[in-house]
Design a protein around this ligand. Structure first.
Ligand SMILES: [Zn+2]
Length: 437
């Protein structure tokens, strides 16, 4: 009996030693990195420990005093941890002067401490140097009247102040960058769009924010003109499907119709994303001057934001919104640049076929699709009316035509405004004291 108790005690000691040996450390990472702490700054921590964590604390230390701003505990699993193979978890909390009123502007340390959820309960921590910045950003918008067409563009001038690092315009889910207003170093301006797909109650605001997480917004006077976008039926047959699908996606599998639907849906979204991403390739100066050129003497086959129903064998099989103008002239007509600018795309782009995109500065870009030939390359500076290539029917096109569109900071807009000299003067040029170029 005595011997049995001895064996049991020995086994227990071995078990405890094994558990201790199996204990794990916690890997902590502040992601994205935090450089400034304000009144209430969001912090995101990635925590990796296969046994999970029992406790995690977030604190700020300044002048030798530690202020705990976040403290979260979980029930201990001292002996059951072997059941746990926890994936990396992301914890979010807010930290700042609100929980630690004595904090003052200046240097501090952000400290994250986590305790492993196992027998030994090892504690690991990371520290990061931060600046406490409690001064908030401020922003005031211009006093102009802003008449905005749904699906169109507008410009606002504003003045951010206080501690700010990022500013611009927000309309619903869309954000537009700002640029320094030429000749007025204290002022900024944003070209922005009231996107065709926003509800009519989205309120445009200017905003200014800083890395400590503080953000202010300000409204400005505006009037929105609602537009009734058209609906159109587009008959498609096997000959059309066969031609476009085998040209755009020759490797695709499945029947013609399902391959077409993939091109028209998934590929259209990807191609539009590629166009939107080109917004980062913009000059911080005006490259254009005067009204943009339309393709003259062209038949307008489709206008901006037409809602297209695709009819196949008498049945509606798809619906997409067409974000541009379809302009048809004689076949293989030269395609002129709508204005001066720099070529930022000159190659195939899925449904747009051979496609050219020109940057005109400050996030404004023009798009030319379905070309049979491209005569420019990325980086080329082009002049208004200079031929970019020859029209065609590459990509998702029923016949030879130019697909023309424009975008403002990656959001496609109705180009009709930019063709209109009066609109350009009243809505854009009048608000910026300096003329483009
Ligand atoms: Zn088109």
């Amino acid at each position: 009996m005595k011997k049995l108790i001895g064996i049991i005690i020995l086994l227990m000691i071995v078990a405890v030693l094994v558990l201790l040996a199996l204990t794990n450390g916690t890997k902590l990472q502040i992601n994205p990195p935090v450089t400034a702490i304000g009144v209430l700054t969001p912090v995101q921590i990635e925590v990796t420990n296969p046994h999970g964590i029992r406790r995690i604390q977030g604190a700020i230390e300044q002048d030798g005093t530690r202020y705990v701003a976040f403290d979260s505990s979980q029930p201990a699993h001292r002996f059951l941890f072997w059941r746990y193979h926890e994936p990396t978890q992301t914890l979010k909390f807010e930290i700042g002067k609100k929980q630690a009123p004595p904090l003052h502007d200046g240097k501090a340390k952000l400290i994250i401490e986590a305790q492993s959820n196992d027998l030994r309960g090892r504690t690991d921590s990371i520290e990061s140097e931060v600046q406490v910045i409690t001064q908030p950003p401020r922003v005031t918008a211009d006093g102009y009247q802003h008449y905005i067409n749904q699906g169109g563009s507008e410009l606002v001038v504003f003045t951010p102040a206080g501690y700010w690092t990022e500013s611009g315009v927000r309309v619903g889910k869309y954000t537009f960058r700002s640029f320094s207003l030429p000749g007025h170093s204290d002022q900024r301006f944003s070209l922005f769009a009231y996107a065709w797909d926003l509800p009519e109650n989205a309120v445009p605001v200017v905003y200014a924010r800083n890395p400590a997480g503080a953000e202010v917004t300000a409204r400005f006077w505006y009037k929105l003109f609602l537009k009734k976008f058209r609906s159109r039926d587009l008959e498609i047959d096997d000959a059309f499907l066969d031609r476009v699908v085998n040209q755009i996606d020759p490797q695709g599998s499945g029947d013609l119709l399902s391959r077409f639907l993939k091109v028209n849906g998934e590929m259209r979204r990807q191609n539009n994303q590629t166009l939107a991403d080109l917004r980062l390739k913009t000059a911080d100066r005006f490259l254009w001057s005067g009204p943009f050129l339309p393709l003259i003497n062209a038949a307008v086959e489709s206008v901006f934001a037409d809602r297209r129903s695709y009819i196949y064998k008498g049945k509606k099989v798809d619906e997409q919104v067409h974000l541009g103008f379809d302009l048809a002239r004689i076949q293989h007509t030269p395609v002129p640049a709508a204005n001066d600018g720099r070529v930022v795309w000159a190659q195939n782009l899925g449904i747009y076929g051979n496609c050219v995109v020109i940057d005109h500065g400050y996030g404004l870009q023009s798009i030319y699709g379905h070309l049979s030939r491209i005569d420019v390359k990325p980086g080329d500076m082009v002049k208004k009316a200079q031929p970019l290539g020859i029209s065609g029917s590459t990509g998702l096109a029923g016949g030879d035509h130019l697909h023309f569109s424009m975008q403002v900071d990656g959001v496609q807009v109705n180009p009709i405004e930019w063709w209109d000299e009066h609109w350009l003067k009243d809505r854009i040029l009048s608000k910026i004291a300096t003329q483009p170029k």
